[in-house]
Design a protein around this ligand. Structure first.
Ligand SMILES: [Fe+2]
Ligand SMILES: [Fe+2]
Length: 434
């Protein structure tokens, strides 16, 4: 999940729109980097990574190939193919950083009289119980399933694992740093953050072991240092992270239920773990719900309504565009990408409406029509990027497409919203939604 020393977004669903970017010297990197938990598989010592036994000095290279060398890789090494490096884009999972001093003030009992200690104590007891302590245990099925996955689907699975691992790891960084920084101000909230970082480390480590089935590993230590960090103010972290956790929950549980009903599409056993896994994300979301309740100024005025809608739009659009670029993955496991996404968006929006003061009218058919138009425009942009025309001409071609995207986003944002949210109602939010 995306951070603010690193904020987390499960499954790569980072908000599309960030504020200013900070470079890798985010506060989290120094303190967390030397303490990466077991199982995260970081080399962590320098910006070097190893490709097929050779050190690679490319600052964007972050996947370590341990044994297999693809045809493309051989061609690159032989100088016969252009070297491609992963590029960050608006849709890439991000790491975030925040104003920790303001965060400390928000959770200081001297400054904030709305902190409900009994509720946080109860949540802490839940996290200490550590229901998934023994859940993430691998078996022989993994390697065998990975070996069966060949051709384009293999590459798509690798990308899924890589993006998910990055997103979970970014959550680990954020929560770890918040746990460290809030220790003196509010030890209960701090311990919850630390225990959430435990969960995210587990998730990232499990995904990284999945990559090992494909003879790959993400160099998370390198990633921590090399990635840019997007700065969000604390209140934006609350909105974005709450949404990320809840949308992560709905994605995982929807995939789990679908594959349980259609076992022929169970191509890789990691999905069998999603039922318990998504309960971690649900608990994380409930914690952010409690945090928001403790900061009523973020929920009870017209600005809160505008920001709530903004973050809903940002998270939903990012997921939709991302997933529509990867339909082969969803179709590979028997899902219809757009139907899956709309189900996740509608359920997340209903859940979010319990706490956010306003949400989008995602069940209005016009909402999906506009999303689909954005997908077309995004495909046009991709086609322009791939074309061989001169750069200046490409830039000219992009102008009308980007203008149309902006106007579509504004139209989505200004659709009549659904008034929602009730601080009382949240008390009745079930712990387990399914
Ligand atoms: Fe997670
Ligand atoms: Fe989470």
């Amino acid at each position: 999940m995306a951070s603010i020393a690193a904020c987390y977004v499960p499954n790569g669903v980072a908000p599309l729109f960030g504020s200013k970017e900070a470079v890798a010297s985010s506060p989290c990197t120094s303190s967390v980097m030397n303490k990466l938990p077991l199982g995260l598989g970081s080399s962590g010592k320098s910006r070097l990574c190893v490709k097929n036994g050779e050190k690679c000095r490319n600052s964007l290279c972050h996947v370590v190939m341990s044994a297999e060398v693809s045809t493309k890789e051989k061609a690159v090494q032989a100088g016969k193919a252009p070297k491609e490096v992963p590029k960050d884009s608006l849709l890439t999972p991000r790491f975030y950083t925040t104003d920790f001093d303001e965060m400390e003030q928000l959770f200081s009992k001297d400054f904030n009289k709305n902190l409900n200690e009994a509720e946080f104590e109860a949540l802490l007891a839940e996290f200490r119980a550590d229901y998934n302590q023994t859940h993430f245990v691998r078996n022989a099925e993994f390697k065998a399933a990975a070996e069966k996955l060949q051709g384009p689907l293999r590459q798509i699975f690798v990308e899924f694992l890589e993006r998910s691992c990055t997103a979970e790891f970014s959550g680990f960084l954020l929560y770890k740093e918040l746990g460290r920084r809030l220790k003196k101000t509010n030890p209960v909230v701090a311990e919850i953050f630390t225990l959430m970082s435990r969960d995210e480390a587990r998730h990232a480590g499990f995904l990284n072991k999945g990559l090992a089935d494909f003879n790959l590993a993400l160099d998370l230590g390198f990633l921590t240092k090399a990635r840019k960090y997007t700065f969000f103010k604390p209140k934006f972290i609350f909105y974005a992270t709450y949404l990320s956790e809840k949308i992560g929950y709905w994605r995982y549980i929807t995939i789990y239920r679908h594959l349980k009903a259609n076992p022929d599409y169970q191509l890789y056993p990691i999905f069998k773990y999603f039922e318990n896994w998504c309960q971690d994300e649900n608990r994380h979301g409930d914690f952010f719900s409690a945090l928001l309740k403790a900061q009523p100024q973020f929920l009870n005025d017209w600005k809160a309504k505008l920001w709530s809608r903004f973050f809903c739009l940002s998270v939903y659009v990012t997921m939709y565009l991302n997933d529509c670029q990867r339909t082969a993955f969803y179709e590979g496991i028997g899902l219809k990408t757009k139907e899956f996404d709309m189900h996740v968006i509608i359920e997340t929006n209903r859940t979010t409406g319990r706490i956010f003061p306003a949400v989008l009218d995602v069940e209005n058919p016009i909402f999906k029509e506009r999303l689909d138009h954005l997908v077309e425009l995004n495909e046009n942009l991709a086609a322009i990027s791939k074309s061989t025309v001169p750069v200046a001409f490409k830039n000219l071609q992009r102008i009308p497409v980007i203008s149309a995207m902006i106007s579509e986003l504004l139209a989505l944002y200004f659709m009549p919203p659904v008034e929602s949210g009730s601080l009382d109602y949240v008390d009745f939010e079930p712990q387990v939604v399914y």
